[in-house]
Ligand binder design. Structure first.
Ligand code: BGC
Length: 802
């Protein structure tokens, strides 16, 4: 259901395919809008993230400097507690803020909130990976100054952020003082009434152990109270000017102060920021690392750091850009902003996963959910396989936590947490948390896709297979063969992706994904036994795998109960779903969406109302298990009752709509997904960018309009562009090769940019691509009401271990 709700156009920014700019100065913005720009201009590399707040520190909606994986514990207080509820959660911490640079001329402070601003622009340049601010300020005495600041969070050195701050003075000069500081920003403003924002760790979360100041450098050492981390951070500076500046410190704050009577010309201040964190016994190490990062930055210099950033951006766009020709001049810009977010969130996340808002805001306390595996991983697998591997490796690294959690819950195998930073379950509401067991199948699904698309058997053998075994065990243990259902394997008491129906029996999505998880685990261990005996022996040693287990998983997978309603000929979302009362959409006021903020969960649980794609998501992820007729009937049933109150929904709806030929709907849903943030569809962009929806936007282009499917490693395309788009092009990395796909309404051209040969499919025609020549195929209308292409054994392009 695409409600007739506002899809505001973000007219504040002028169209430009390679940058996003705002020309309205912050003081003229409402608080919400200010928060949106802070998210929009947040910079990150996947390890360090800094919200787009101003150097002067005001006006401000909410500061944010985040480090991936750096958190504090907080107790979870329950009114009524039960066995197995997690006792403590984790909250991503807001680190000390290194941005502050304040300017005083002739004794007058430059304060955006009060200043007479004659010209203004803030612009995020996608090719440079740099955030610019250009402004002209008239002082009370009528002097005019130009200020140009450039800020980046380095992709090359994940511990580094750098700022170039350039002031151009009027003729006659002025007395100039520049104060550069590093400040703690607690407490953050509390957020009332939105359960998605837990106020998290309190103002005492980090404690200053030591501050060192020498010349232009300050370094700080902090420790967290209970999570056992130390944080080292610091700043250093390099000032360039024709005038002589005196360097001193503010007596109270120890902020660095540069003072001069400047005759004119320009003053350039380069400020470097470093952040490192480690375990509690690494205090000296962290300080030394901060020193080393700052030394290196000063040695390299801002210009070279920036040049390197541009090189990294160019490499990203070469492999990951999606170019869309369209009459909508903003579309390309919106797409690139989205892609830039994916790059920012993932590029240097090494060792960690990706928070649901990347490092752009504190919603959901910076936790990792299934969002990463199902919504972000496809993009990473096809554009940055190493980053995909790293993200999956995080799950391997926390497999022992998942084993412990399974044991605590009385299960065999491993139960991955619904939300976490460190591998421990941090979800306090079990009905929409722990009960979402499907996350285990989602992780397994992502492993399978990663291995099939990249061919990385090393990962499969050393890490992936172990996760497959433990998750298969979980499913086998969680479900049972029900006599009442003719011996079918049933899984009760779970919550599927749709959080408006909780703790249900036989959630269709969960059962189908679990069956896939078990069947795949059985296939892999049996194949490893024959083709990789050494790796298999290691696997057995690590997991205690027993001879009969694979057969047991296979049996449960084959006998999995998948609800089907003969009369409606649809798959009920779960056993009880079709018996529920229809939701009264007609009398639901527009301002009562999202429903979760206006209705008690029980009211939602007892009605046929859906938060996000659930059964339809299964039809996309495991699409070769359905006929097109089935997809259509299910879409027709579920679409009108899906609210899309979760940002994870419209992208999937778009892909499925596309597949069944609902092209108008597909485009409408795609538009919602693409502007989820820039038009603030959910009204909460100020709290961070919706990374899953952004990953879903990429999927809606590549799997939706590009018609890509990759069942069991067989990569096929069935493009169908919207009439409004004359052409679209993108690249995909497949088993080390770089494939470019150029689509227009008449034909599609496949080109191998890197690599020797690759087999793909255009609709059902095999295309054997070589480096020598591209191949072009005529457009084929999408078939209606017929079976989608299935991967037969002979056609499977990549079989691990074969
Ligand atoms: C959605 C979940 C999602 C979470 C974090 C919730 O609103 O229902 O599916 O994982 O947000 O994005």
């Amino acid at each position: 259901m695409l409600r007739e709700r506002r899809l505001p156009s973000f007219d504040a920014f002028p169209p430009d395919p390679w940058s996003l700019a705002v020309v309205k100065p912050e003081p003229e913005m409402a608080d919400d809008e200010l928060g949106q720009t802070e998210t929009m201009f947040a910079l990150s590399n996947g390890y360090l993230g800094i919200r787009g707040t101003l150097d002067e520190g005001r006006p401000i909606h909410e500061p944010g400097t985040f480090l991936n994986g750096f958190y504090e514990y907080r107790p979870i207080n329950y009114g009524e507690k039960a066995y197995g509820f997690p006792e403590r959660g984790q909250s991503m911490l807001n680190c000390p803020d290194g941005l502050p640079i304040k300017l005083f001329v002739d004794g007058e402070a430059f304060d955006m909130a009060a200043a007479d601003i004659l010209a203004f622009e803030r612009r995020l340049d996608f090719r440079e990976g740099v955030l610019h601010r250009l402004l002209e300020w008239r002082t009370q005495t009528g002097k005019r100054f130009h200020l140009h600041t450039s800020r980046l969070v380095s992709f090359a050195d994940r511990h580094l952020a750098a700022i170039e701050w350039e002031l151009t003075l009027p003729e006659g000069g002025a007395d100039v003082a520049i104060v550069s500081d590093f400040v703690e920003r607690y407490p953050l403003p509390p957020v009332e009434g939105d359960p998605r924002i837990e106020n998290g760790a309190d103002e005492n979360a980090i404690e200053l152990l030591e501050a060192r100041h020498a010349e232009t450098r300050s370094t700080f050492l902090y420790r967290t109270r209970s999570s056992g981390f130390v944080l080292g951070c610091g700043m250093d500076h390099h000032l360039e000017s024709d005038s002589d500046f005196a360097v001193g410190r503010d007596a109270e704050s120890e902020a660095l102060v540069f003072r001069s009577r400047c005759a004119g010309g320009t003053v350039k201040l380069r400020k470097y920021l470093a952040y490192h964190y480690g375990r509690a016994d690494e205090e000296e190490v962290m300080l030394a690392r901060v020193g080393a990062t700052l030394d290196e930055a000063r040695r390299t210099g801002f210009r070279a750091i920036r040049a390197r950033q541009e090189i990294d951006m160019a490499a990203f766009w070469k492999r990951a850009d999606v170019e869309v020709e369209s009459s909508d001049s903003r579309l390309q810009q919106v797409i690139r902003w989205n892609l830039f977010q994916l790059f920012q969130a993932s590029q240097r996340a090494e060792g960690h996963s990706i928070g649901v808002r990347g490092l752009t805001g504190r919603t959901y306390e910076g936790h990792y959910f299934w969002d990463t595996e199902i919504y972000v991983l496809p993009f990473l697998i096809y554009t940055a396989p190493e980053a995909a591997r790293n993200v999956l490796h995080f799950r391997y690294r926390t497999l022992d936590n998942a084993r412990e959690r399974a044991a605590e819950l009385g299960h065999r195998g491993a139960a991955f947490p619904w939300r976490t930073i460190n591998g421990e379950e941090a979800s306090a509401y079990y009905a929409a948390g722990t009960a979402q067991y499907h996350i285990n199948a989602d992780i397994s699904y992502a492993i399978r896709k990663y291995v099939e698309v990249t061919g990385d058997e090393d990962f499969l053998h050393r890490h992936g297979a172990e996760i497959l075994v433990e998750t298969a065990r979980l499913w086998r243990d969680l479900g049972f063969f029900s006599k009442r259902r003719d011996g079918r394997f049933c899984i009760n008491g779970v919550t599927g992706p749709d959080e408006y129906n909780a703790v249900v029996d036989n959630n269709y999505f969960t059962n189908l994904m679990a069956s896939e998880n078990m069947a795949h685990a059985a296939e892999i261990v049996e194949r490893m036994k024959v083709h990789a005996p050494e790796a298999y022996r290691d696997l057995v040693a690590r997991t205690g795998l027993e001879a009969e287990e694979a057969a047991e998983w296979r049996q449960a997978a084959e006998l999995m109960y998948l609800p089907y309603d003969e009369r409606l000929q649809v798959h009920p979302q779960d056993d009880g779903f079709l018996d529920k009362e229809p939701w009264d959409f007609e009398n639901t006021p527009e301002d009562h969406y999202p429903l979760l903020l206006h209705y008690h969960p029980l009211n939602l649980y007892r009605a046929q109302v859906i938060k996000q794609a659930d059964t339809l998501l299964a039809m996309f992820l495991l699409g070769d298990r359905f006929t097109e007729g089935e997809k259509k009937r299910n879409f027709d049933y579920y679409d009108p009752i899906t609210t899309h109150d979760s940002s994870l929904s419209v992208c999937i709806q778009s892909i499925v709509a596309n597949e069944i030929g609902y092209r108008g709907k597909a485009l409408d849903y795609f538009r919602f997904a693409a502007v989820m943030d820039l038009s603030d569809v959910g009204g909460n962009m100020k709290h961070g960018a919706h990374i899953a929806s952004i990953g879903g936007t990429w999927m809606a282009m590549v799997y939706g309009f590009g018609g890509m499917r990759d069942y069991r490693g067989r990569i096929s395309f069935h493009p169908a562009l919207p009439d409004e788009w004359p052409a679209m092009q993108f690249c995909l990395r497949v088993r080390g090769q770089l494939l470019r796909i150029e689509i227009d309404h008449a034909e599609t051209t496949y080109r191998l940019l890197e690599g020797e040969s690759l087999m793909i499919w255009h609709v059902s025609d095999k295309v054997e691509l070589t480096a020598a020549a591209p191949q072009t195929r005529r457009a084929t209308p999408r078939p209606k009401d017929c079976d989608p292409p299935r991967a037969s054994e002979a056609e499977v392009a990549y079989v691990p271990g074969a």
